[in-house]
Ligand binder design. Sequence first.
Ligand code: 16G
Ligand code: MG
Length: 544
Amino acid sequence: MDFEAVTKYSKLHAKPPGLSLQYGTAGFRTKAENLDHTMFRMGLLAVLRSKQTKSTIGVMVTASHNPEEDNGVKLIDPLGEMLAAAWEEHATRLANAEEEELQRVLTDICRKEAVDLLGNAFVVIGRDTRPSSKKLSQSVTDGVSVLGGQYHDYGLVTTPQLHYMVCCRNTHGNYGIATVEGYYEKLSNAFVELTKQAMSQRDGHISLKVDCANGIGALKLKEMGRYFPACLMVHIDNDGTKGKLNHLCGADFVKVHQKPPVGLEMKPGERCCSFDGDADRIVYYYTDVAGHFHLLDGDKIATLISTFLKELLVKAGQTLTFAVVQTAYANGSSTCYLEETMKVPVHCAKTGVKHLHHKAQEFDIGVYFEANGHGTVLFSKAAEQKIRYQAKEEKDNRKREAAKMLENTIDLINQTVGDAISDMLLIEAILVLKNLTVAQWDSMYTDLPNRQLKVKVADRRVIDTTDAERRAVTPPGLQEKIDDLVNKFQLARAFVRPSGTEDVVRVYAEADTQENADNLAHEVSLAVYHLAGGVGEPPKAVTS
Ligand code: 16G
Ligand code: MG
């Protein structure tokens, strides 16, 4: 390693003294002006990871749904998955090292991870539309170059597109062609194949409105329009020409506020969806004739997709293991519907895509979604082979047709990570195939009223949880108090967890009525405030 060059260039990307960041569930994320050194250093780290794995590694510059002034960076591992946990720690140490410690930290990582410094390194880079992203991605390439790595800069791409590129490159084109055109063609062809018979049997077209959060999703969806069949009419709103990124729009805004984004006009019954700022999350919604707003979140999406897959598996006569993975935030009604009506096993994982992804890998087919709209479907290698073989060789027409549909679904879904564009196309295909309106989809089950609150405490690490964050182990007495409170309400459930992205404790409660959910959430917040060192004024009652 040429330490002299590293030291020289590192000074050009100097770390603000005393600044300390952590590689969290979403990588590094903070104000853009504080990230130059982190970007340079993540370029260095990506080279080491690439040398160690002898694979292409991805670096995505984005802060997703966060405000435009923020930015962030995430590394993508060889098969398009999130960075391995041990390397998250290396990333944190490297980002926080003072200049004079840099050499020691780099050497230490190489020793611990047995990195062969003589090996080659290749890194692919992508960025979102934030004004700061271009310059920050150049700092990443500086880091890559100084350690002798090669790179390809994809420029403006969605986060899931970069995950796709990494996977394509490391599977030598098996997963797809590693270009945006390759991505558009793969998904569009699968969509056409999946829907063409159903579309030929009905007149009209598929039309929906997409709020792109004034982000990268708008650019890429527009580009992809040329590849769509004529029957698919996607109307793009919040395309970045007028509004500000993520401001009063996007999947996070719609989910948190349970109301439509600005900049999108909805007629009753019209199907709409929102992407987040880097297009790895999606939620659907509509208003009914009475003007009521209905949100179809990640839980509703998981239910729709798993119902569809389960029916196809039964038709094809395939006996593959199948499960849905959710988090503690999944609405109790969705879990109940999946387990009791659909007879699908449901598992709960900790918050954060990587936890759900790992759990879903345990099954032949694993559907995972967070309620906030992050999610996808994973097919094991063996399941994929069985399905592709049956789609070709099966003699029974009905079974073969079902296998073919499963095969097209495999090609339509981005298995590397949740992908708003890919999820949207799959949902649209399923609605056509099952001949469902958005209101019919919504009526599969009724969400239990729920409420999420935040509590400020001196140190959120005093809260430790177990059982996929559903129970608090510390501070003493907190879980007992929550249990007592939950017992006072009907159909109630509540949990608390320290946020991984904000300096707060999050509180979730659900119950039979909105008023009860609000009261339960408030009482649990008070318990957190009193038992976990709340700061400032005690939480106030919720006024819905
Ligand atoms: C990050 C996670 C998201 C999770 C959220 C929770 C990824 C790519 N993103 O945005 O999955 O829902 O954090 O935030 O894993 P919280 O810890 O602040 O509640
Ligand atoms: Mg995102």
